[in-house]
Design a protein around this ligand. Structure first.
Ligand SMILES: NC(=O)c1ccc[n+]([C@@H]2O[C@H](COP(=O)([O-])OP(=O)(O)OC[C@H]3O[C@@H](n4cnc5c(N)ncnc54)[C@H](OP(=O)(O)O)[C@@H]3O)[C@@H](O)[C@H]2O)c1
Length: 338
């Protein structure tokens, strides 16, 4: 069993904790919080051992929430730590993990230049084997890496141009936005997302542009790829359908946007309405010899979760990519049953 600590029980951390509990080869030894709010209470209700940063101990005692100790004490029993604290905190926390000799996974909010290896299971699982500090790339980069890897393998990619229409905030962030605008984020082009994708797919030529829009549900990617080899639509759709972490949205589903996808996830009883898969609209896949276009939706809160599970195995267990992805997919219930 791999003993895993999750430092930071927020949007990403609570989902990763739930996925760890589902793995036959992993044990969740603790999760951490700084504030004694509803998420802390839920963690205790789920019987997750709850730890806190030292300074917060008093506030938890005052709120009557049972804690097991401090983050440092949680780390005592850890074979690996998944840090899901806010951007910039994870890399600071690494000083402690390093001192304790604990292999560490940080999230996409940390800089690609601060880690030994960036990770996406489909694109570069092997690069993180035996590493001490690995970063699971952001939700957008995860979505692009999953899409581009099989296309590069089969057809070769000359150039990718992707426009990322990003959700303004997560549903649990009332202070996010915009609420009545479309923000050019950033205004200068291309955006930083392309170089981030290259941290797991260094050979791909990719330029990205990004906008922020008033929704909390999902991101949409508008993707144009110039292929090296000739392709046709049927072959491309067959290739993408064969990917376990890509769902091809069929015309018969009559889903024309992200609200429909979230409704589908909720109807299927997915926890928190999570969509771990890229959702590619089959109708949007247009291929004219070497030029192709498509729309895909990415659930920002969910797609990196299975990637964190695979990163754990890559770092501390002698396990191949296919074996790990198959186990993660099976235990989490990947695939929308179509
Ligand atoms: N949200 C997304 O859509 C998304 C997608 C992909 C990747 N990411 C990346 O994932 C990381 C986490 O993002 P998130 O959205 O999950 O953040 P979040 O919802 O704000 O959660 C952060 C968690 O970290 C805890 N925390 C804060 N400071 C801490 C500290 N010093 N020590 C221990 N725990 C601390 C917070 O606890 P309290 O609430 O108790 O303070 C909270 O539970 C970031 O790098 C982000 O860029 C986010």
């Amino acid at each position: 069993m791999i003993n895993v600590a999750v430092n930071g029980y927020g949007t990403i951390g609570k989902r990763v904790a739930d996925a760890i509990v589902q793995q036959p080869d992993m044990k969740l030894i603790g999760v951490s919080k700084t504030r004694p709010n509803h998420e802390a209470i839920t963690a205790v209700e789920k019987k997750y051992p709850l730890y806190v940063v030292k300074e917060s101990k008093k506030s938890f005692l005052k709120a009557g929430i049972k804690i097991e100790g401090t983050v440092k004490e949680m780390l005592d029993g850890a074979d690996i730590v998944v840090d899901a604290t806010p951007s910039g905190v994870g890399i600071k926390n690494y000083e402690l993990y390093k001192k304790l000799g604990i292999p560490t996974i940080v999230q996409g909010g940390e800089s690609k230049d601060a880690v030994e290896s960036s990770f996406n299971a489909r694109a570069n699982f092997e690069s993180s084997i035996g590493k001490s500090l690995v970063r699971v790339v952001s939700c957008n980069s995860t979505g692009l890496a999953r899409l581009l890897t099989p296309i590069e393998e089969v057809y070769g990619i000359e150039q990718v141009r992707a426009t990322l229409v990003r959700r303004g905030a997560d549903p649990g962030q009332p202070g996010g936005g915009p609420i009545n605008d479309v923000i050019l984020d950033p205004v200068h082009l291309p955006s930083h997302h392309g170089p981030d994708v290259k941290s797991v797919l260094p050979g791909i030529n990719i330029d990205t542009l990004a906008l922020k829009v008033p929704t909390t549900l999902m991101h949409i990617h508008v993707v144009n790829i110039t292929l090296k080899g000739d392709a046709e639509k049927a072959g491309m759709c067959e290739l993408l359908s064969g990917e376990s972490r890509i769902h091809m949205v069929a015309a018969e589903e009559e889903i024309k946007g992200i609200a429909g996808l979230k409704e589908l996830a909720l109807d299927l009883g997915r926890p928190r309405g999570d969509l771990w898969e890229n959702c590619v609209w089959e109708e949007s896949v247009s291929v004219d010899n070497k030029e192709m276009y498509l729309f895909q939706a990415i659930h920002q809160e969910a797609d990196v979760v299975p990637e964190n599970i695979d990163a754990i195995r890559a770092m501390v267990k002698e396990c191949g990519r296919e074996e790990s992805m198959e186990l993660t997919d099976r235990t989490m219930g990947m695939g929308l049953g179509r």
